[in-house]
Structures are given as C-alpha cells and as structure tokens.
Ligand binder design. Structure first.
Ligand code: ADP
Ligand code: X15
Length: 404
C-alpha cells in the first residue's frame, strides 16, 4: 500500500502536486484559439485539491500537455486550465508562465495557506522527458511534500513523475491515483471472462508493444484506429496513405503469431471509411467513401472502421464479461468520422452486466461525445498507463512513492 496524502501532515506545507492535465484541445475557428474539449482529467483531481485546500496546504500544480518536444509552444500552454480550475474550486488559481526559475520560486515563496498556483507545461523543457536531475531539482525547489495524482502519466519516468522524488523527502499518492489503482487492481487482476480488449487511437508505437502481454490476459482483441493499418500492412493488405509505423511490422507480426498460439481472437477491420485528405487543425476531411473490403485504395487513407467491422466488433462486445477500451476507432473529432468510435460506445452500453472500463484522454472525450458515459462501469484517466498496468509493468510514477 502506498503512502497517501491522508498520511502526511499538510498544514502550511508547500505541496507540489503532479496532475495529468494533458487534456484534449481543439482549435476554435471562430476565435482562432485552442479550447479544452474534455474536462475529465481536471474534474478527477478536485477531491485531492479540495482536501489540500481544507488542510491549509500551499499548493503548486505541475503537468505536461501534448508533446511539445522540449520547446515552448503557445498551443500547448496550460494557461487555459487556470480559469476552469478557479471556477471548479471556487477559489482563484494563479498561473505562472514557467515551471522553474526565479519567478516561479518567488511565487512559491509568496503562496499563502490554501492558495493554488498552476505552473506552465513541464514539457516546454527537454529536461522533463530526459528525466534530467537538474531540471527535477529545480521543480523541487521550495517544496516540502510531493503528491503524485497523475495516473495518466504514471508510466512515464520523467522529471516531474520520477526524478523530482529524489529531491523531496515526503511523498504520497493523491486520491485519483488511489482510486485508479484500487479499481483497476481489483477488476483487471483476474478479469471475468470473456475479457475483450478494444485498442485503437494514434499512439501506435507506444501501444503496439503492449499487445504481446495483452494476448496472455485477454480472450479477444479488437483493433481499430491507426493501430489497425500497421497490422493490415503486416498481413499484406493495401493500406494506401493511412497512418502506419512501418518499423513496427516485426512487432505486429509477432503479435499475430502469438495470438494464433494463445488461441486469442485477434480481430482487424474488414472494411473502412476512407478519405482523400484530412486537415486535423480545421477538422475537415475530403473525398470520404466506404471501402467494400479490407484493402484501402492507394490514394486514400483510413479514417474510421466500416459498418461490417462495427457489426463484427459488436458481437464480441455483446458476449464479454469484462471490457477494456483504449483508443478511438477513427478520427472521431472530425464530423463524419465518429460512427465507428460511437458504435463501440453503443455496444458497451448494450452490455450492462459486463464490467466496462474506458481508458485514455481521447477515448474519454469520445465516450462523452457519444452521450453514453453513464453506461460505463469505470472511466480511467490513463490510456497507456492503464495498458501498462494491465501488462503488469512497474509504473515509475507509482514506484517512486514509498509504501506505508
Ligand atoms: N485512422 C486514424 N488515423 C489517424 N488518427 C487516428 C485514426 N484513428 C484514431 N486516430 C486518432 O487517435 C487519437 C487518440 O489516440 P490515443 O492518444 O492513442 O488515445 P487515448 O488518448 O484515448 O489513449 C485521436 O485524436 C484520433 O483522431
Ligand atoms: O494522454 C496521455 O496518455 P494516453 O493518450 O495514453 O491517455 C498521458 O497524458 C501521457 O501522455 P504521453 O503519451 O504524451 O506521455
């Protein structure tokens, strides 16, 4: 059992809280600004933050947002989280446009009991992902206690999730982390069978490696999203201009072989929605059509699973007793490409007797858009983190917090 924030005296202490505010953002074309399109990851930290306020701690929040690769990028600023958090907490949350340095240190020093300070995206510095000790030390400056409540980032050994722990003596997990570990631990340790895992999304290289271990746990794997095309390419199908990771075909091949050996159902799309071109920023697709079968025409790219695939996957989901879903089936943010993703949400909703877990920032957003979030047993804020947890991997963000 990990030390939790309940176990530490917090009054008057400067508490650094690592949250996962890597929230989905979309360009609002009318104002030409980026807006947060799903607040779940913010809402899920409120119990921890309210507790810290009640305990009269001095609260400093850190998070990453997106993948700015060590450079400042206004599109990935955490500034827009501060007003939302102020509204939700009913107290002003001050934002500083940096996460280390003299200005930040001054703000930390000036914090009063019960006040909340939100710092800028840790990934604006290369030291974050490199887990650079100097950067971690700067994050830890003026801090008495570290709380990790960023379950969604617990699989990353970065400065704000792991390195910082070497410079702060008192450490604990927050309430969200505690809730995730308890629920996932109980339901996924020995899942009721059939256990069906639905995998999609765009983080192919991150998640494809997990499949090998999932094959030892799951009874069926249903693959969609960009993940599917690397597998279809491996099987010799035509994938056109779809998002693929050609250097992962070896991993994909091994997973296909292992699925056969383990007698796990490994389903890939049998038809697709394809497009001529796609503009992610403006959320526009052109030249959209259905393919009659598996192959994607040379000049097109896959943007969603097709109706035969939806029906095939629905059958598996209907028979499941435990369901884990991470990763949308298509580019659901773009109107016209959401059907496959929503059909998964619908199939899950139609099997209320199964334990169903929907995991990951974009998957949660898709679930909320489908209007079916109430029908799911548990929403997990971690996508990759949940998959790694299921795989049995030690999560660095949790491992670095001592046991009781
Ligand atoms: N066929 C596809 N081509 C490109 N991107 C895709 C495709 N299908 C899904 N995506 C994208 O995957 C993203 C979500 O992936 P990911 O981050 O892995 O999910 P999560 O945040 O739920 O873990 C979405 O933004 C979606 O547009
Ligand atoms: O959104 C996240 O993961 P997810 O997309 O797997 O849910 C986490 O914030 C981790 O982000 P990262 O995969 O860029 O390290």
């Amino acid at each position: 059992m990990k030390i939790t924030l309940r176990d530490i005296p917090l009054k008057g202490k400067r508490v650094l809280v690592r949250v996962d505010y890597n929230v989905p953002m979309e360009l609002d074309t009318s104002t030409n600004s980026y807006v947060i399109t799903d607040r779940t990851r913010i809402l899920e930290t409120l119990d921890t933050l309210k507790y810290l306020i009640d305990q009269k701690a001095k609260i400093v929040l850190i998070s990453h947002l997106g993948r700015p690769k060590g450079k400042r990028n206004p599109k990935e600023s955490l500034a827009s989280v501060a007003p939302i958090l102020s509204e939700l907490l009913g107290t002003k949350v001050k934002f500083v446009g940096d996460c280390i340095g003299p200005e930040v240190d001054k703000e930390k020093e000036n914090l009063q009991e019960g006040e909340v300070l939100l710092l800028e995206n840790t990934r604006f510095y290369p030291g974050e992902e490199k887990n650079d000790p100097e950067f971690a030390k700067a994050l830890a400056s003026h801090i008495d206690v570290y709380i990790n409540d960023a379950f969604g980032s617990a699989h990353r050994a970065h400065a704000s999730t792991e390195g910082v722990c070497h410079f702060i003596q008192q450490k604990a997990i927050g309430f969200l982390m505690e809730k995730e570990l308890k629920y996932l631990g109980e339901e996924l340790k020995d899942p009721k069978r059939p256990f069906v895992v639905i995998l999609g999304g765009a983080k192919v290289s991150d998640k494809i490696e997990v499949i090998n271990r999932l094959l030892e746990k799951a009874d069926a794997l249903l693959i969609g999203g960009a993940m599917a095309y690397t597998f279809l390419l491996t099987k010799g199908c035509k994938v056109g201009k779809s998002l693929i990771e050609p250097d992962k075909t070896d991993v994909a091949q091994k997973a296909l072989e292992k699925a056969k050996e383990e007698k796990v159902k490994f389903l890939l799309p049998v038809d697709h929605l394809v497009a001529q071109s796609i503009d992610f920023e403006k959320r526009i697709v052109q030249g959209v059509e259905q393919t009659p079968g598996i192959d994607i025409p040379e000049e097109k790219l896959g943007v969603d699973i097709g109706p035969k695939t939806m029906a095939l996957y629905a059958e598996e989901i209907k028979a499941a007793r435990t369901i884990l879903w991470n990763g949308p089936m298509g580019v659901f943010e773009i109107p016209g490409c959401e059907k496959g993703t929503f059909s998964i949400a619908q199939s899950i909703a139609e099997n209320p007797s199964a334990v169903s877990i929907v995991a990951g920032g974009d998957s949660i957003k898709a679930l909320h858009r489908s209007g079916l979030a109430e029908k799911v047993s548990f929403i997990s804020t971690g996508g990759g983190a949940t998959l790694d947890f299921l795989k049995g991997k030690v999560l660095p963000g949790i491992d670095s917090i001592p046991d009781k």
